[in-house]
Design a protein around this ligand. Structure first.
Ligand SMILES: *Cc1c(COP(=O)(O)O)cnc(C)c1O
Ligand SMILES: [Zn+2]
Length: 405
């Protein structure tokens, strides 16, 4: 009989050592993230893409490539398959004939963080975890708090004091232990590490827990399936910790190994804000890892990460796919956000808008060709960012005439 999950073991992303997948694990002794490895040979014999067609439209349709060992272990808030939408008007204006956007803002809690939380929380509960802790810039905390509430897992969440209000409120209403810190996500991380060591929480920090990335990987699986098990020419991704980008790259390699897709890779582009661009700096200088960014500053909070733990994995994904890393300014981000809303009706988050701005710049420099197929990942909904809300409609006295334009 086919297994629900073909998870086999965990493998260190740096030293290659093998680790047991049936117990709670964090990083390798060498400090690097552990990645889930599946028995792809066995899976290739029993499952073809066509076998997935009749399954429900949710990330769980890829359960063989996820770590949760049975359907009974699935904690779900109804993760829908997100649409990949053509952007014909904006694309024409930008000189990109085949520009599309995968809209992750439609997931529970309004960001793609729901994918990582759905899979990470399900697996944690299956392994008997009852308390988890994590630092976050907001959106991951909101997602983990919601799925944690559904699973009956206690969440300790620490975020910067200037994190957006909506995810803060989402953590609070879901009953998480929430603390704010007068610092950035790295400062929050150091405090969480101490609480983990002394108060018995399992570590759910980015890439210090091996399964969040498996959930984010489904963004790639979904995109490839939507395109008929084919990759686009280029994928632009707003990279903070870079988990989504590493996850999409991992999905690509797994599909190639399964023989589900050709070996042609899409060019992967990491997009950052110029006020916090450690990956871009490392990319431009040819370094193998990032230097911590001294004073991170951008309205795109989800990508405000001064030193990603998986930096070498991000850089490897860019290099091995002939991609690149680029930064855009906050004014460019905000004008791309308004442009997309006005031309295509999509109110996306500033992180996603950063990718639209980057696509424009890369087309301008000739790095993107007019006829290539470009997919922008919009990681969340614009409505989450209450501080960026802008509207100044004229107020009329009751009974006044609407002015003619
Ligand atoms: C977390 C987040 C990102 C960055 O995600 P990584 O995969 O960690 O790089 C981008 N956009 C939004 C809206 C986020 O919440
Ligand atoms: Zn190692």
């Amino acid at each position: 009989m086919n297994r629900y999950s073909y998870l086999d073991h965990l493998e260190c992303s740096r030293c290659g050592s093998s680790h047991e997948a049936g117990t709670v694990q964090s990083v390798c002794a060498c400090g690097a993230p552990l990645l889930a490895r599946y028995d792809l040979e066995a899976l290739a014999e029993v499952c073809r893409p066509a076998d997935l067609t009749a399954r429900p439209a949710s990330l769980w349709r890829y359960h063989e490539l996820l770590p949760v060992s049975s359907e009974a272990g699935v904690i779900s808030l109804g993760e829908a398959v997100t649409p990949t939408l053509r952007l014909p008007r904006l694309g024409e204006e930008m000189g990109l004939e085949r520009l599309s956007l995968k809209d992750e803002g439609l997931l529970p809690t309004g960001t793609f963080k729901a994918r990582g939380a759905a899979v990470g929380v399900s697996r944690a509960r299956e392994l008997g975890v009852t308390r988890i802790a994590m630092p976050t810039n907001g959106n991951a905390g909101a997602a983990w708090a919601a799925y944690g509430a559904r699973a009956g897992i206690e969440c300790l969440i620490v975020m910067p004091q200037d994190a957006p209000r909506v995810p803060r409120a989402e953590c609070a209403i879901a009953g998480a232990r929430l603390y704010l810190v007068d610092g950035h996500i790295g400062d929050a991380g150091a405090m969480v590490a101490e609480a983990i060591a002394t108060q018995g929480y399992a570590d759910a920090s980015t890439l210090r827990e091996p399964y969040r990335i498996e959930g984010k990987k489904t963004m790639g699986l979904e995109l490839f399936e939507q395109l008929g098990w084919r990759a686009p020419d280029t994928i632009l991704y707003p990279a903070g910790g870079g988990v989504g980008l590493i996850g999409i790259h991992k999905a690509l390699r797994e599909c190639q190994q399964l023989g589900w897709m050709s070996s042609r890779s899409p060019r992967m582009v990491a997009v950052q804000a110029s006020g916090c661009a450690p990956v871009v700096k490392a990319w431009e200088s040819g370094a193998a890892a990032c230097e911590p960014w001294p004073e991170p500053a951008t309205a795109a909070f989800g990508i405000k990460v001064p030193k990603p733990l998986g930096d070498f994995l991000i850089l490897d994904a860019l290099r091995s796919t002939d991609g690149c890393a680029v930064a855009v300014t906050d004014p460019e981000i905000l004008s791309a956000q308004a442009e997309l809303a006005g031309m295509e009706g999509l109110y996306i988050c500033p992180e996603g808008a950063a990718c639209i701005a980057a696509a424009r710049n890369l087309r301008g420099s000739g790095w993107l060709h007019p006829d290539e197929e470009v997919v922008v990942i919009n990681t969340g909904a614009g409505t989450l960012y209450s501080r960026l809300l802008r509207e100044h409609p004229p107020v009329l006295p009751k009974g006044a005439r609407i002015p003619a334009l």
